[in-house]
Design a protein around this ligand. Structure first.
Ligand code: BDP
Length: 653
């Protein structure tokens, strides 16, 4: 089957490709812009000329120039006067993004007048982290938490020889604003460790395929590299021989990939090696690597996903939610300027509902990157429709303190764990593409309205779609995150998933494990007391007004109540319902909403390419089966624990 073109189908170029365009400027990315236009014009009858002259009769001018300070390398201006649309960029990447802006606008880009607008990304780094293994891992498979087939980059233990698909990927993600990719799993196993040294040539090949679209390549490395690759007796970050080893290895990386982005590091986390082994801090570790990449202009993304997975008992000293803050806030100000602390958006692990991590905003002297998860590990594993744009938008617009939003605090970048694989639809679930697209667009502008982003994705992916299709797609996707939330773990308590693979319900799956993922349900109530007064003290990690708001069950928002508080089943929510009735109602509603979405999708048959329609239809069957399973397990569990019948007398199994 042919690769699905996602949001850059041929048709999206119609408006641009039928015009007369002048491209002015030189450089490899200007060549890319020119190639894109030439291909579009070849199809739709327009023309494109290159150079400074001959623009008199052009409808579209894309030119290098403008105010470098105001635009930066990636910004552009866009203006429209009758008969002429002009994009001006100071840097080549800006020109590429300007082209895609015009493509997105379609016909609208050529009608009427528009005063000059400046477009510039809020965040300089917009990265996808691929959790891809080079060799198939015996437990995790090739792509850890991957639900879209094998890896785009690696096959049969090596980098793919044919990188055509990688080139297409670069084009696709550049078109939604992404400019960096980490090509291997944060859990760096033995084979993958070698990418840093003797196998760097393979990474260079991939980098070469992504470069024409302005995408820099990053690599996940193991902190133990000096030992496992260099034969040194230690990986101690303060040891001179270790530092020299990293400096040498890094210089060779840059010889192979001059525009290499830098390292991604998961250290002292879930069994990965790190600086603790030598009694050093995370800042010592990160700074040592930062020193190695600094002469070459690189960055270290040091992950803050650090907690002790062998000792959480849900109390003040071991609450997993507290761990990142407890580990890192004391180190604020100690990290090198090119060391970025990469923080998951919530304190736990990509649950369907979590509060925003209190680390974000608490480290003013440290560059932070915020990590979200496009791969739907805990949100239906790309078998369920779950459009995450609204969730990410809530996170990015959250203001940890007066004034500044998470989107603005993420000075070190916005990162998503990729949901892409070698699946012909890219994302397994064809509608999962909306998440990838939304991430790119929200990373560019965290304030963008997610509903508008969704409509943009629909418009580009289904060009010339009749109104009924547009409305149907919007309906199916728009509320799908809340629907998923309704039929899974309630009110922010999270988890309740099958251990290990994390798909499907298991209410007590993690309840008695040391990983720290509890609901504490008993016959009287449910939830984790994370208040400062009587619980783990987690609520006090927030600044005002959040610390106060979360501290009391009276003021805590309903959707996070069980994350912060242990309450009785009869506790009345702000919605006016009791907790137990809320559980029953939302689980019935969630399943009904999936049934409705499935009907809407069925009604779109004939309007969607048959292969795509069939794939989603099949997946809806599974989503519905799974949603019913969730509903029945959750409802019957809490009915038996509490003994409280459903107020509406519905059957609970
Ligand atoms: C969890 C995943 C695990 C990852 C880990 C991480 O279950 O596979 O290795 O996060 O982010 O969500 O490092």
């Amino acid at each position: 089957m042919e690769t699905d073109q996602a949001w850059l189908p041929t048709a999206a170029f119609r408006a641009v490709g039928s015009r007369h365009t002048l491209v002015h400027g030189t450089g490899p990315l200007v060549d890319t812009v020119h190639r894109e236009l030439a291909a579009g014009c070849g199809r739709f009858g327009g023309s494109v000329v290159r150079g400074a002259e001959g623009g008199g009769s052009c409808d579209l001018v894309l030119e290098l120039g403008g105010d470098a300070e105001a635009l930066g390398d990636e910004g552009f201006t866009y203006a429209r006067e009758v008969g002429r649309t002009t994009v001006t960029a100071a840097g080549q990447r800006g020109l590429l993004y300007g082209l895609f802006h015009v493509v997105r606008l379609g016909e609208e880009a050529f009608h009427g007048e528009r005063a000059q607008e400046i477009h510039r990304p809020t965040t300089a780094l917009r990265m996808l982290d691929h959790w891809d293994n080079v060799a198939v891992h015996p437990v995790m498979g090739q792509v850890e938490r991957g639900y879209a087939g094998g890896s785009l980059f690696w096959a049969d233990g090596w980098a793919r020889g044919d990188l055509e698909r990688v080139r297409a990927y670069g084009r696709l993600i550049a078109a939604c604003g992404i400019n960096a990719v980490a090509v291997n799993n944060v859990n760096v196993h033995e084979t993958e460790a070698h990418l840093l040294t003797d196998r760097i040539g393979e990474v260079a090949d991939i980098a070469g395929a992504l470069r024409p679209y302005g995408i820099r390549t990053h690599l996940s490395v193991t902190f133990a590299a000096p030992v496992v690759l260099g034969g040194l007796p230690t990986a101690d970050p303060l040891d001179e021989a270790v530092r020299a080893w990293w400096a040498g290895a890094t210089a060779r990386v840059y010889e192979a990939i001059p525009d290499f982005g830098g390292y991604v590091v998961k250290a002292d986390s879930e069994g990965r090696p790190g600086p603790f082994a030598d009694g050093r801090s995370h800042a010592d570790g990160a700074n040592m690597l930062a020193a190695a990449v600094a002469p070459h202009g690189g960055t270290v993304h040091w992950r803050a996903f650090v907690y002790d997975h062998r000792q959480d008992w849900g109390d003040r000293t071991t609450d997993r939610a507290r761990a990142a803050y407890d580990h890192f806030v004391p180190l604020d100000g100690e990290f090198a300027p090119n060391a970025v602390l990469q923080v998951k958006h919530g304190p736990m692990d990509f649950q369907v509902r979590e509060p925003v991590s209190p680390l974000i905003g608490a480290m003013p002297g440290t560059r932070l990157a915020v990590e979200v998860q496009a791969t739907q590990e805990y949100t239906g594993q790309q078998r369920h429709v779950c459009w995450l744009g609204p969730m990410w938008s809530e996170v990015l617009r959250f203001r940890p303190e007066e004034g500044v939003s998470v989107g603005e605090l993420a000075r070190g970048g916005l990162v998503a764990v990729s949901n892409v694989g070698d699946d012909p639809f890219w994302t397994g679930h064809p509608l999962g593409q909306a998440n990838l697209y939304a991430f790119g667009r929200l990373a560019w502008n965290p304030d963008a309205d997610p509903g508008a982003v969704l409509d943009e994705w629909i418009g580009l992916t289904f060009p010339e779609a009749p109104e009924r299709l547009v409305a149907g797609l919007h309906d199916v996707l728009d509320g799908s995150w809340r629907t998923y939330e309704k039929y899974t773990a309630p009110l922010g308590v999270g988890w309740m998933v099958q251990p290990g693979h994390h798909y499907g319900p298991s209410v007590d799956g993690y309840e008695y494990s040391p990983w720290g993922t509890y609901h504490f349900a008993d016959r009287d109530g449910i939830g984790v007391d994370r208040s400062a007064a009587t619980g783990t003290g987690y609520a006090a990690q927030y600044a005002k007004p959040w610390a106060e708001l979360y501290e009391s069950p009276e003021t805590c928002p309903d959707e996070l109540l069980l994350f912060f508080h242990h309450v009785s089943y009869g506790h009345v929510l702000k919605s006016g319902k009791t907790v137990i009735q809320h559980i029953y109602d939302t689980h019935f509603e969630g399943v009904e909403e999936v049934e409705e979405a499935r009907e809407v999708w069925a009604s779109l048959a004939g309007l969607v390419v048959p292969a795509r329609h069939a794939r989603v239809t099949e997946l809806f069957e599974e989503q519905l089966r799974s949603a019913r399973e969730w509903r029945d397990q959750i409802n019957s569990y809490f009915f038996r624990k509490s003994g409280v019948p459903d107020a509406h007398g519905r059957r609970i199994y």
